[in-house]
Design a protein around this ligand. Structure first.
Ligand code: DLL
Length: 445
């Protein structure tokens, strides 16, 4: 995407840490290998779970002689963290752990993650890095509407923005009317939250008669959940901002693993701290550069919680082509969703974001939807419930039916699967303040 739009908002292409963000690949690979070796030794000697995994695979850290040897190492999964709950995977004594977070597990125990003082410093630097790439500068007023707490989103972005020298409003999530009042009065210029909460906010602005163009907002830093390019366009148009994506996960560090630059053509991965691989989720085999598959991450500087070859379950593709911003790091495409969010309906793989893309293109559809999957008489069914504007909702039956048929046709051609579309009244769908829950899969019950 061209930088011109960013210029109209007074955003420039600054680079926070040019030495590490613009390294030549050879130098970067050398640095990665050195850091990997240190991490492997730390994990092997300090974390019993890794010692056991390595012994079972009959390898020692010395067997990894080049970066490509990484693929001989066993994977780490969320299950490993669960089994070693709460602190069993930590590689430093608790007196060296200065922060604890945990990830929002929907089932069972959450996973617990820890940071040493150096880890917190690295985390802060890497968040400052991607926030700078998204155009945040010391003059910005950064409105953080992620929930403060065990979730890594709010604290991560908070310290990164402070490191840049911006003014931080630690708003937390929820209480949307108050958010909007603060945004107007305190002149927030950068908004930090999930894309679905940004949508909730802009809807509320419209209801309250607040014109987003009158606000000082210039840039949105959205992340923590999958969202489509259509949703990006929707947020950019309605909020009159430039909307950037950023990605991370608690187990590896939190936010700061990758983020968009102002060209928004894939999120730059901080490869001096993380090694990214793409594997076939079925076989675990590493795929060649440019192929789509599951992202596997190794953090190579984390002291308290080194994680080797973590199966993220997120589906993406890595792009090593040069980026006009000047950074040389690999970029990951917007993740389509997690492989465990992938619905298999009548044997067809479907990601909620694919449905979102179709819906957002239809005139009259509001960007709020929910997917209901059921099994009726041994047959999977998919119902897409979507909000429409008043005009369509109160339209004549005949025209409404024609509209439904048209959307169903578009879905069928995009998904290769028939789905039933149900139009619901404006404002009747649940609104989200954190990560959106869009799928109700009744087949499991
Ligand atoms: O969501 C960390 C984070 C906070 C990232 C704030 C960005 C901003 P967890 O709660 O552990 O950590 O959830 C991690 O969220 O494996 C992805 O499935 C999903 N996810 C995170 N960022 C994105 C994104 C934080 N930009 C899980 N696009 C990950 C798509 C994302 N999915």
């Amino acid at each position: 995407m061209p930088l011109t739009k960013a210029h109209t908002y007074g955003l420039d292409n600054r680079i926070w840490d040019p030495v590490h963000e613009c390294m030549e690949r050879e130098g970067l690979r050398k640095l990665q290998f050195e850091r990997l070796q240190t991490t492997l030794h730390r994990a092997y000697h300090k974390v019993p779970c890794y010692q056991k995994k390595f012994q079972e695979a009959k390898i020692t850290p010395e067997d990894v002689r080049t970066l490509d040897d990484l693929s001989i190492l066993p994977f780490t999964t969320k299950e490993d963290l669960r089994v070693n709950y709460p602190y069993g995977m930590f590689a430093v004594p608790m007196r060296d752990v200065v922060r604890i977070h945990s990830s929002s597990g929907t089932t069972g125990k959450p996973t617990v993650v820890g940071y040493s003082r150096n880890d917190l410093n690295t985390w802060t630097e890497l968040v400052a890095r991607f926030m700078t790439a998204a155009g945040v500068v010391e003059d910005d007023i950064v409105h953080i509407a992620f929930g403060y707490g065990l979730f890594t989103g709010a604290f991560g972005l908070h310290y990164g923005a402070e490191r840049i020298g911006a003014s931080v409003i630690p708003m937390s999530s929820g209480n949307t009317d108050k958010q909007l009042m603060i945004m107007q009065d305190y002149k927030s210029s950068a908004l930090v939250c999930t894309p679905s909460y940004a949508l909730t906010m802009v809807d509320r602005m419209e209801t309250l008669g607040i014109d987003p163009k009158e606000l000082d907002l210039r840039v949105g830093l959205f992340g923590a959940e999958p969202w489509s390019e259509e949703m990006r366009r929707e947020l950019e148009t309605r909020l009159d901002i430039i909307a950037t994506d950023n990605y991370g996960m608690s187990e590896i560090m939190g936010p700061g693993i990758s983020g968009d630059c102002l060209y928004r053509n894939g999120m730059h991965i901080s490869e001096d701290h993380f090694i990214a691989e793409i594997i076939d989720p079925e076989t675990g085999v590493v795929l060649p550069a440019g192929e789509t598959g599951e992202l596997v991450l190794t953090n190579i500087t984390k002291e308290a919680l080194p994680i080797i070859r973590y199966r993220t379950r997120d589906i993406t593709r890595l792009d090593y082509s040069p980026c006009p911003c000047g950074r040389t790091t690999a970029r990951m495409t917007k993740t389509m969703g997690r492989s465990d969010d992938m619905l298999i309906i009548k044997g067809v793989n479907v990601f909620p974001t694919q449905i979102e893309e179709v819906l957002f293109q239809a005139e009259g559809i509001e960007p709020h939807y929910q997917l209901i999957v059921e099994r009726i008489n041994n047959m999977d069914t998919l119902e897409v419930q979507v909000e429409v504007n008043e005009k369509i909702f109160f339209d004549e039956m005949k025209r409404q039916r024609a509209f439904v048929t048209q959307v169903e046709k578009q879905l069928a051609s995009a998904l290769g699967l028939s789905a039933k579309v149900k139009l619901v009244e404006p404002s009747s769908m649940p609104r989200h303040e954190g990560k959106a829950q869009r799928v109700i899969d009744r087949r499991k019950i």
